[in-house]
Design a protein around this ligand. Structure first.
Ligand code: FEO
Ligand code: CA
Ligand code: CA
Ligand code: CA
Length: 611
């Protein structure tokens, strides 16, 4: 989204000047431009991956060459007014913005017009999602779906709010939808059942972990409400959904206007007097950084939030041990001793990649009534030039952090600042993470137009189109060191049929395919897109392209992997002269508002998606 045009990390963590050249001089004999060097770097990386994959054979389908067999969307077909999908696949549109899911099921009329209606309908800004099957079925389940953001002009047709009702409508379009869906006769639809609910910035929530009750949250007798800017998400081994609060700073402003001066901690998280221009602070004092009745409110956002999709009465819980930053997404796995491990990106230019490891076996913690997400260690990544790296623990027991913070709660609330102090590696906007079946962890680094000095892990300066980094942890994901390399540099694909830029959504499927979704200006005439890649062969095939002005984001499959759900977010950027999607006109009618929605994608032959 355009609000990413911002740098708040002014720390001096630039330990890798010239390290790309140092590393490449050892790894290649090729002189010349960074782009040429990067191509060689990529080629070596994939060759290494191929050797590693074949060596352990784990999780790989038989016949490596058959891992991706579909006919891709071509460059020529990937830039139209309507989506394009591989000729071997088909899609159906599900749950567009405004779909009624809660009684009395108010219908959407070209834009939801009241907050009360919008609170009972699917929100806008479809993003991270997960399908939780009911009764182990692949034809019925509960989808949790994030609603990242919706511009005022798109949601209610005004540049800014003129009343509290306008603010409430904007708020109701944000948050999360929990919605039951089922397939019948080859078509999916909403089930108007008891699991369905909307979670918005006004839903009661709970705090857990070291920051619960911390004075930095303000008056602790003041209840907490809501989640917002829910970007990507993860799902736990115990069947819950974790939604990630990303650009939370943008919803706060100050009624003092230019007289508002953010403190250093606010500045590190990007708070300003105007935010992103939502204007909520003008009618709802909770979002006014200068309102003493809501002191510390801004510290109540920027967390991972756990939601139980199967218990509609359970409040969402902010899991503070996982740190406060612009949480893009979270990928969970189970590490040594049954500890749960979570990988997380902080999406800002020059911000960091984090890891959380629970203190002990997650099953025994749950059996003792403890959440594994409340008790554990939080680390931030340092990528060293020799291809190794270190996980640096964000703990008050570290003397450097003890000198800066009073307690662990302060460390977690100011995780970015703590990571600055420890010397973490500033990255090119960390987005999604995913754990592949061979144990490698991948992270998209979407781009960084402000980078002026390349380093080993971020080898392009500026980095216009992004790259994907990956690492292998020691000690079954729980260790403090790792080895890393670069999976792919997007720029190296330009001018070819594999062209993509600005990688964002990411998923490693159980056969080892790496799915890539994009958010940004694509090259070679393409709309944003979803591609499937094979680390063992370097193959990249385009499965889907979206519509003008959108991004493709969010990815989940049914247990049989024969149905995939993915989203178009902000189609046409809300402009009906660019596209009316999901209404598929050959020429946009200029009236019908395009709506965020979900693609239900299947292979025409009923096969596993990605094949
Ligand atoms: Fe919400 Fe960084 O995309
Ligand atoms: Ca987005
Ligand atoms: Ca994203
Ligand atoms: Ca993005």
């Amino acid at each position: 989204m355009t609000v990413d045009d911002f740098v708040s990390n002014r720390s001096d963590n630039r330990p890798f000047e010239d390290v790309l050249r140092a590393r490449l001089s050892r790894r290649t004999v090729m002189a010349g431009s960074l782009a040429a060097a990067a191509t060689t770097f990529f080629a070596q990386g994939t060759a290494g991956a191929a050797v590693a994959s074949r060596a352990n054979g784990k999780g790989m389908a038989k016949g490596q060459a058959d891992l991706i067999g579909f006919e891709p969307v071509t460059l020529a077909n990937g830039g139209g007014v309507n989506p394009s999908i591989s000729p071997d696949y088909q899609y159906q549109v599900l749950i567009p913005w405004g779909t009624p899911i809660v009684a009395p099921y108010p219908e959407h009329v070209n834009g939801s017009k009241t907050a009360a209606d919008q609170e009972k309908q699917i929100g806008i800004g479809h993003d991270g999602m997960w399908f939780f099957p009911l009764s182990r079925n692949s034809d019925r389940g509960v989808i949790c779906l994030n609603h990242e953001f919706g511009r005022n002009t798109h949601v209610y047709g005004k540049a800014g709010p003129e009343s509290l009702e306008d603010v409430r409508l904007s708020q109701a379009a944000h948050g999360v939808s929990v919605v039951e869906v089922a397939e019948s006769g080859g078509s999916w639809d909403v089930v108007r059942g008891g699991y369905n609910r909307r979670i918005t910035p006004n839903t009661p929530v709970e705090f857990a972990g070291p920051v619960a009750g911390h004075p930095a949250l303000g008056d602790t007798s003041r209840p907490s409400f809501g989640t917002l800017n829910n970007c990507s998400s993860g799902y736990t081994p115990w069947g819950t959904y974790v939604t990630c609060e990303e650009n939370f700073n943008g919803y706060f402003g100050s009624t003092l206007g230019e007289d508002f001066v953010p403190d250093a901690a606010q500045e590190r998280y990007g708070f300003t007097d105007t935010g992103f221009g939502y204007g909520w602070e003008n009618y709802d004092g909770r979002w006014d950084l200068s309102n003493p009745d809501y002191d510390g409110e801004y510290n109540r956002f920027g967390w991972n939030v756990e939601i139980d999709p199967m218990n509609p009465d359970a409040a969402p819980i902010k899991r503070t041990a996982m740190g406060r930053f612009k949480h893009e997404g979270v990928a969970f796995t189970v590490g040594r001793g049954g500890r749960v491990v979570a990988y997380m990106g902080d999406d800002q230019r020059f911000d960091y990649i984090y890891k959380f490891v629970s203190d002990s076996n997650y099953k025994s913690m749950l059996a003792r009534g403890m959440s594994p997400l409340d008790h554990g260690k939080l680390y931030v990544a340092r990528f060293d030039e020799d291809g190794t790296g270190q996980w640096l623990e964000l703990t008050i027991d570290d003397p450097a952090l003890a000198a800066a913070f009073a307690d662990q709660g302060e460390v977690l609330i100011n995780a970015r600042v703590a990571a600055d102090i420890l010397g973490a590696t500033p990255m090119d906007r960390p987005e999604w993470t995913t754990v592949a079946p061979d144990g490698q962890v991948y992270c998209t680094l979407t781009n960084n137009s402000r980078r002026t000095e390349a380093d080993a892990a971020n080898p392009l300066a500026p980095n216009a189109d992004g790259h994907i980094i990956r690492w292998t942890d020691t000690d079954q994901f729980t260790g403090t060191s790792f080895e890393w390399d670069i999976y792919i540099i997007a720029e190296t694909t330009h001018g070819t049929e594999q062209s993509f830029a600005d990688p964002d959504g990411l998923w490693a499927d159980p056969d080892g395919r790496i799915w890539i979704q994009t958010d940004g200006g694509q090259k070679d005439g393409l709309n944003n897109q979803m591609l499937v890649s094979d680390p063992a062969t370097g193959q990249i095939s385009r499965l889907l392209t979206g519509v003008p002005g959108d991004e493709i984001t969010g990815l989940t499959v049914t247990p049989d992997r024969r149905t995939l759900f993915a989203n178009t977010q902000h189609p046409g950027n809300g402009d009906p002269t660019l596209t009316n999607f999901p209404v598929e006109n050959e020429v946009p009618d200029g009236v019908t508002i395009p709506r965020d929605c979900t693609f239900v994608i299947t292979r025409k032959d009923g096969g596993i998606v990605g094949t």
